[in-house]
Write a protein that binds this ligand. Structure first.
Ligand code: AGP
Length: 530
């Protein structure tokens, strides 16, 4: 419960130690009962205060030793920073399942949850390993492993800059990041599609190991899960390896069949999502190889994987993920085609076609944004007060429908559901009436005709349809109440273009409703706790 008593820092019962914490101590209640039985009284109802008192009880002149002793009793996710009256020159910190970074300054050093917080002080960053401890003074930074063995480290110079983390004239970070997509996609492609080939040499993949892969599992959450759903279709098309996509929060509590010949792809913008990290740990313990698709250099998920294909979208500040999503899609196309070529299951003309299509994406997205899509704004204005939106798509654009619905609901708070178009007859068609719109994602591709018949069914029942279709689709123009056109492209690339108007639809709807677009209620940018 947010109130003054629960604010950090928390102070130990002897008044000498203070602590701040990011995460959840899952066994704090039993520890609290034990402390109360020992006569400790509590001022707050937080788990953090429990740790403060445990540290005070374990402190015998060395804060690092006290932290080391207490960690053995904690279960859950935490990033902790602690200082003590008797050692006022130092901060002791540790992390498990929550992010924590250290900034190296000139005659000063810093601790923070993430890199943007340090940018105005330093760009020399040290990433603390899971379970590691740090002792930081003005002059020195020392790292230790979980057994207090000193650990050597190197600071990395982050390429993030403060102004990159500012809005640059846009009203919201989300709109800025939507408009950064042409550049973000170009950056993600840079050096990987020179000439006519996909170059994945940075992954140092072993072709023999790859030939032994019998199954691929994509693990992710939220928007990253939806890019992973597109990734499934791409990987199966180009590598012919059976591929499944899992919500990481489901995977970690299911009884998944994990074999050493399985390749896992963990997708995450932040690289710190607790469910994805835990699911990854489960597969790594059982010997599977793992590749990350991630947007934050040096974050926990890439560090837990054998290789990482970094998206280069730059810092994504808005809670609603946009440029990270489209760059993840681009990364999946490169990964699927590149692996397919290594396995000899994708021919060169196909690779050339996709590489050529990838290279056109930045300009095509820019063209979409330059059109300032009037139909989107009109649609947002017309339907901002409805209580439901339905999104439908098929095959590569079924995940687009899911992602479009998520964008709308997470920032406008309007209920929206994404469906596979083929599912309409199995129930959702009963919902159709004139009071709410259906967004039909129907670009050129093998399932366009089927989507068109879905739209005809909806129109026959007085439903309103917004269509996202390829430029020049006259049938769509006839059918749609609102038509949003995207450039022609290979169907495997259409999710990248089709999602842009859906991002803008969510944005304009939410702003017209006066929502806090960059920080929607109840949500965090990175879900580092369960
Ligand atoms: C998407 O707009 C949301 N912010 C959320 O679903 C997000 O995609 C999810 O929490 C996964 O985050 P990650 O990509 O950092 O792992």
């Amino acid at each position: 419960m947010p109130n003054v008593a629960n604010c950090h820092p928390h102070i130990s019962f002897d008044g000498k130690l203070s602590i701040i914490h990011n995460g959840i101590i899952e066994n704090y209640r039993e520890l609290k009962r034990e402390l109360i039985e020992q006569g400790v009284s509590f001022k707050s109802d937080t788990d953090t205060e429990v740790v403060a008192h445990l540290l005070a009880k374990s402190y015998h002149g060395d804060l690092l030793q006290a932290m080391h002793a207490v960690l053995k009793r904690l279960h859950g996710a935490y990033a902790l920073a602690v200082c003590h009256q008797e050692q006022p020159d130092r901060i002791v910190a540790t992390r498990m399942g929550s992010p924590l970074v250290i900034g190296i300054g000139e005659g000063e050093n810093f601790i923070a949850s993430d890199v943007p917080a340090l940018l105005k002080y330093t760009r020399q960053i040290v990433f603390l390993e899971e379970g590691g401890l740090a002792q930081v003074t003005r002059e020195k930074v020392e790292l230790f492993d979980a057994d207090l063995k000193p650990m050597p480290f190197n600071a990395v110079t982050t390429n993030l800059t403060l102004d990159a983390a500012e809005k640059e004239g846009y009203e919201h970070f989300m709109l800025k990041e939507i408009h950064e997509q042409p550049h973000a996609i170009a950056e993600t492609l840079r050096g990987r599609v020179d000439g006519e080939h996909v170059d994945l040499s940075e992954l140092n993949l072993d072709a023999d190991v790859l030939r032994g892969v019998k199954r691929i599992a994509v693990l992710a959450c939220g928007t990253s899960l939806y890019s992973g759903m597109v990734g499934k279709y791409l990987l199966e098309r180009f590598t012919r390896i059976p591929t499944e996509t899992w919500s990481a929060s489901e995977f970690r509590y299911a009884d998944p069949v994990i074999e050493p010949d399985m390749l896992v792809i963990a997708v995450s913008q932040s690289g710190e999502t607790a469910d994805t990290l835990e699911a990854l740990r489960i597969v790594k313990q059982q010997g599977a190889k793992a590749i990350a698709i991630c947007n934050v250099m040096g974050s926990s998920i890439p560090r837990a994987c054998d290789a990482t294909l970094y998206t280069r979208a730059g810092p994504e500040i808005g809670v609603a993920s946009t440029k990270a999503y489209t760059t993840q899609l681009v990364a999946f196309v490169m990964l699927a085609v590149g692996l397919g070529r290594m396995l000899g299951r994708t021919d060169e003309p196909t690779e050339h076609k996709l590489v050529d299509g990838l290279k056109q994406l930045p300009a095509q997205v820019q063209a979409l944004l330059d059109e300032d899509i009037v139909a989107v704004k009109r649609c947002a204005k017309r339907y901002k007060d409805v209580f439901n939106f339905m999104y439908i798509g098929r095959h590569f654009n079924y995940p687009t429908a899911m992602e479009g619905a998520l964008k709308l609901k997470e920032i406008s708070y309007i209920h929206a559901e994404g469906y596979a178009g083929g599912e309409m007859k199995h129930g959702p068609l009963a919902l159709v009436e004139g009071s709410f719109p259906t967004i039909a994602v129907a670009p050129q591709g093998r399932t366009r005709e089927k989507l068109i018949s879905n739209v005809q069914e909806i129109k026959a029942r007085k439903g309103v349809v917004v269509m996202v279709s390829t430029h020049g689709d006259e049938e769509a123009r006839e059918l749609a109440d609102y038509l949003i056109e995207i450039p022609a492209c290979e169907e495997e690339l259409s999710p990248v273009l089709a999602v842009v108007p859906l991002q803008l639809l969510a944005y304009y709807t939410a702003t017209q409703l006066g929502r806090d677009v960059d920080k929607p209620r109840n949500l965090a940018k990175s879900v580092t706790v369960e």
